[in-house]
Design a protein around this ligand. Sequence first.
Ligand SMILES: *Cc1c(COP(=O)(O)O)cnc(C)c1O
Length: 345
Amino acid sequence: MATGKLTIDLDALTTNWRSLAGMSAGETGAVVKANGYGLGIERVARALARAGAGRFFVAVAEEGADLRHALGPGPEINVMSGHMPGDTDMIADLALTPMINSFPQLLRHVEALPGAPFGIQLDTGMNRLGMEPGEWAAVREIAVAQNPTLIMSHLACADEPNHDMNQQQLRQFIEMTEGLSIPRSLAATGGILLGKDYHFDLTRPGVGLFGGRPFDLASAVVSLDLPVIQVRDLEPGETVGYGNSWTASTPTRVATVSGGYADGIHRILSNTGQFHFGDTPCPILGRVSMDLIGVDVTHLDEDPAELTLIGEHQGVDDIADMAGTIGYEILTSLGARYNRRYIGG
Ligand SMILES: *Cc1c(COP(=O)(O)O)cnc(C)c1O
């Protein structure tokens, strides 16, 4: 078998949820958009539900439908894109709760599904989703009369604790929700770490559950091992891979591992990233191909059967740093070809 082995530790996942829940002032939900940050929404959400999560967030109604099938009735499933054209049947049949982002969405929802639950999303400065102060002031009374289940907003800079934007958005959120007795939610992972002022009634961690920054105390959830298909010796002057971008200056032993940019191993790691064999780093040689990568194993005492890209010595955020991106993007790029193994849970 030449497929990489992606191991997802559901015990680490639920440990992370419990840690974040322990820090949160009120209830703690779970954000499982984008197929549970690439790790498989069904297994991830079921493990979180067993750990005690009762409220889930997804980006779009279709994800909510998959999640409802995984979880069955009971847990609340909030859809952050709100109520879009074409969503009505899914929202009704699968008991989804749209987070309404605008007056047109509010009208669509109450006209199509009178009495059906919904929440409100407010924009407190990120300029991405939700009603802005002016629109909210105009519709607040009408919206509140329909008994929304939740009012939420999202922080733009929560991973930078000293950023002025945090307090600015906090003040704006308080001002826009003053005097209402509807549960409120402002904090994702970063917001939880900012402290209790930001927690309100419900927190919504995502990336921290999956072991990512800025939750530095997280347990690692993901590991990725790729099988070595072939090992060969190069003479000085020989090259590796497309474009001859790496040339041996000394005798070199090169392992060809099964995995490439089609599996979410970013091409920018060509000639810069590294794998590990046990504790020993093994540099990537040449370009990352679609399905294959050359790795330097000259310094090892034995030919490895597999090499580790994500593991004890190198986490998701380390790969992100090497690739010039963030852990979120590494997680959600994890390929569909991997043999996914779930442990614990
Ligand atoms: C993605 C997202 C979250 C979760 O954010 P993390 O940084 O992954 O914890 C929470 N709320 C909203 C609105 C989001 O888009």
